[in-house]
Write a protein that binds this ligand. Structure first.
Ligand code: PGA
Length: 248
């Protein structure tokens, strides 16, 4: 949605997924640059790796930028789960959002829909806003059954008993490849997800698009009425490009 000045309006989201990137000093530089360029017309959410969560959280306290994590344990609270970080711990660090079911976790950590469903419950029980990632592989798109695939991935929403959450549609073949759906296809996919969520789960999530989003295509994507925001990987690590995107 555009505001009167022709820039993207505040109710659109730009969510930065830093993935497994940045050391402390690099993160400081990036976040300080972003903060010093405020105000923005969009809601920015930064999802750093766990090691930087508190550090980034402390830096953004006086800004409008919000904090998210990239994953959480399927177990709640505390326990003997070496290497895991629970939703409770993320909340304690200041996170308000958590990305779940990203394709990189589904692929490299064999995360199934059952695991993702447990994580969703853990996140919601600890008052984190989930960002559920879904998307088809190139093979699945070429076979023409991507709607069936994302329909199946959405089944975990049966576990969601909250009104405010995100579904990020990220075709796997578009992540980090520079390949992008055209605007009409992005709008159609967004509408398809909205329809499923309403018909099957009586829910109205916010819809994000992700996969090779950058300063050249973000404005067009954010202008689509079906899309509430973008989930940005590599372009969120480039100070100049990221600020350009956020400025609309
Ligand atoms: P990309 O990653 O912007 O680098 O394609 C997006 C994502 O994986 O969330």
């Amino acid at each position: 949605m555009l505001n009167k000045e022709g820039s993207i309006s505040l109710n659109k989201y730009i969510i930065a997924n830093w993935k497994m990137n940045l050391l402390q000093k690099q993160a400081d530089n990036l976040i300080e640059e972003i903060i010093s360029t405020t105000p923005y017309n969009v809601q920015i959410v930064i999802c750093p790796p766990f090691t930087l969560l508190s550090r980034v959280g402390n830096k953004i306290t006086t800004s409008s930028i919000e904090l998210g994590a990239q994953d959480c344990s399927m177990e709640e609270g505390f326990g003997s789960r070496t290497g895991d970080i629970s939703a409770k711990m993320l909340k304690d660090c200041g996170a308000e959002y958590v990305i779940l079911g990203h394709s990189e976790r589904r692929i490299y950590h064999n995360e199934s829909d059952q695991i993702i469903e447990k994580k969703l419950k853990a996140a919601i029980n600890n008052a984190l806003i989930p960002i559920l990632c879904i998307g088809e592989s190139l093979e699945e798109r070429e076979r023409g059954n991507f709607e069936e695939i994302i329909g199946k991935q959405l089944k975990v929403l049966e576990a969601v008993n909250t009104e405010f959450f995100f579904v990020a549609y990220e075709p796997i073949w578009a992540i980090g490849t520079g390949k992008l759906l055209n605007m009409q296809e992005i709008a159609q996919a967004g509408q398809y997800i909205i329809n499923i969520c309403q018909q099957r789960f009586a829910k109205k999530p916010k819809i994000l698009y992700g996969g090779s989003v950058n300063s050249e295509n973000s404005y067009g994507i954010l202008s689509l009425p079906e899309i509430d925001g973008v989930l940005v990987g590599s372009a969120s690590l480039d100070t100049k490009i990221f600020i350009e995107m956020c400025k609309g």
